[in-house]
Design a protein around this ligand. Sequence first.
Ligand SMILES: [Cu+2]
Length: 239
Amino acid sequence: MKLNTLAAAAAVLAGSIGVVSAADITGKVTLKGTPPPEPNLAQKTEAIKKDIFCGKVSEGPKNRVFVVGQNGELGQVVVKITEGLSGSAPAASEPVVLDQKGCEYLPYIAAVQVGQKLMVRNSDETLHNVHSIPKVAGNKESNKAQMAKSPDLSYTYENAEDFLAFKCDVHPWMFAYVSVVPHPFFAVTGNDGSFTIKNVPDGKYKVEAAHRKAGKSVKEVEVKGGNATVSFELELKAP
Ligand SMILES: [Cu+2]
């Protein structure tokens, strides 16, 4: 039996993905069009100023929805494989951390695998109230007060869901969104629009880039014995 046949057989036996040969899918997401300003900026600024703690530590509301570079580089885009994978891979043991700092959720957009731990932290010297509001059946809603210096809250989700909402019931401007992905092959773009999906086994895939307000784009990518690159351009429709 040839070596590669052996490896393939081992992969089938293990019933897992990522065994044979793996490489990274890297790329960049850009935005076409001018992003709208953050909604209700004046009201948010007013609300933050009124809060005894947040008024001191917050830098004020920023445009959290659109993080766009000079050449349209788009941050906070969830990039994931949507077709072409077979088998399953266990969730990473390393948790994803969603922090509350300066009376904002950091990051604004995150992603976890189904079954992977999401830890919500309170780094502020004030009370936050973490309220998660899933839309997909089977993912549980949760509403918990989190005092300053109290332990992280831990969450796992059973089903895939795009942009599962987290809000703070004490501070109405605080939101974050967490995409739950059924496998480990996903990434969130940085402020420079770039992403890396690590250790993808050889194969032909569909890869989706999804922004909460700028829509989605899907591209075909082949990984064959080395790293692959793919870029996306999301376009804002005129309002
Ligand atoms: Cu809060």
